[in-house]
Design a protein around this ligand. Structure first.
Ligand SMILES: Cc1ncc(COP(=O)(O)O)c(C=O)c1O
Length: 388
């Protein structure tokens, strides 16, 4: 490998939210494996681009230019065979920000919004905090895998104005298939429901799976969809605050832009633009190596649990660097489970209930860290649970 993902970088006192346990009431000696950022430095091409811009030294208001747009177009064409038009693109400060803006722009207070829990928790917040009605199409957990209950999906969509799709899905790790996406899309079309397709995890796909851009499946789907993407998960740039949102439907785009402006947000972060362009232009090789490393981390956690803590089961991830662990066989209450992991195993991971319905008995662990850190975390889990 050209890039060294084994190197441990000290992130304490670097403004890292992930690495400041005490300020969030956790013991100071926990291993932080919770929020979805990686303990790997961004690719060298990104760091160099930022350094070069820093030397320029002028940090005024910034805007995406033609070269930025061309880079974005080329990335999506190469990685997903998706041709995006210049006018579809809206750069925002993040995907979560774009979800809130979409909810406000395209639904009214009291309107129903469907999400598929267990799911990334800001989805629920974006519905509740904007005074919309939360409709949960709970994913069905069967044979250690998650599937969609389409009857329930349609029943919920009938009462809704919007559906927030998570593809690939955080935390259950599914890459939705063409059949599943098509069925969901047709149901949304039939009931005039707008889709927000959060595809922020689209670059983290494991072998034998393929990410399909929902909006690209048919023209009709494109016409009802807002697609949210970002370089932030992929290249570890979350602190640089930038997302690329695509809206093909002109009227939806107009409403989105008006609502975005009404938030008082204008130009995007200069370092966001600089880093996104550098990563999409020169970061593909780094990403390909990262994916191999992450797949090995997933394989390690899978075999370790099977051999040494069989009561904890890894849900086979098809995507993301988040391992979703079924801990129900440990027979602990959610509180006991969470406290044991935090205070005995000394791991800072995410309690499953944080992701809403269907999260009981689960924990989510972020494996985007050097191998040695993951090994230490697994040993801690083993010594905590080996007698249970
Ligand atoms: C599904 C999903 N959407 C959005 C985000 C965050 O996006 P942003 O930082 O651009 O708001 C995350 C972060 O983990 C995520 O998992």
């Amino acid at each position: 490998m050209k890039y060294n993902f084994n190197k441990i970088v000290n992130r304490q006192e670097t403004y890292s939210m992930k690495h400041d346990p005490v300020s969030r009431g956790k013991p100071k000696d926990v291993i932080p494996m919770w929020v979805a950022d990686m303990d790997f430095p961004a690719p060298p091409c990104v760091t160099s681009a930022i350094e070069e811009y820093a030397r320029h030294g002028i940090f005024g208001y910034s805007e995406p230019d033609a070269a930025y747009v061309a880079t974005i177009q080329s990335w999506f064409l190469q990685r997903f065979n998706w041709h995006v038009e210049r006018e579809w693109l809206i750069v925002t400060v993040g995907v979560v920000n774009a979800i809130y803006v979409a909810v406000r722009a395209l639904t009214e207070i009291g309107d129903g919004v469907v999400i598929q829990q267990p799911v990334y928790y800001p989805f629920e917040l974006s519905v509740r905090q904007t005074g919309r009605k939360l409709l949960v199409n709970q994913l069905v957990y069967e044979n250690e895998r998650y599937v969609i209950d389409f009857d329930d999906f349609e029943a919920k969509i009938k009462q809704a104005k919007m559906f927030i799709l998570c593809n690939p899905h955080n935390p259950v790790g599914r890459v939705w298939t063409r059949e599943e996406l098509t069925r969901m899309g047709e149901i949304c079309l039939k009931h005039n429901v707008t889709v927000v397709a959060d595809e922020i995890w689209q670059d983290f796909i494991y072998p034998n799976h393929k990410h399909l851009v929902f909006s690209k499946l048919t023209h009709e789907f494109a016409d009802i969809t807002i697609t949210a993407t970002a370089p932030s998960k992929t290249f570890n740039l979350a602190g640089l605050q930038l997302a690329n949102i695509f809206i093909t439907n002109k009227e939806m785009r107009r409403k989105f832009n008006m609502e975005y402006a009404a938030c008082g947000l204008s130009q995007p972060s200069i370092m966001g633009l600089v880093s996104c362009r550098a990563a999409y232009e020169h970061g593909a090789e780094w990403l390909d190596e990262l994916l191999v490393y992450l797949a090995e981390n997933m394989a390690l956690i899978s075999s370790f649990l099977q051999q040494r803590i069989p009561k904890i089961k890894l849900i086979e991830p098809e995507a993301t660097y988040l391992a979703w662990l079924d801990c129900s066989a440990l027979d602990l209450s959610q509180r006991e489970l969470d406290e044991t992991i935090t205070h005995k195993a000394k791991l800072w991971i995410n309690d499953g209930t944080r992701f809403g319905m269907g999260g009981e008995g689960f924990q989510r662990i972020n494996v985007a860290c050097p191998r040695e850190v993951l090994e230490e975390a697994l040993l801690r889990l083993e010594s905590t649970f080996k007698l249970s």
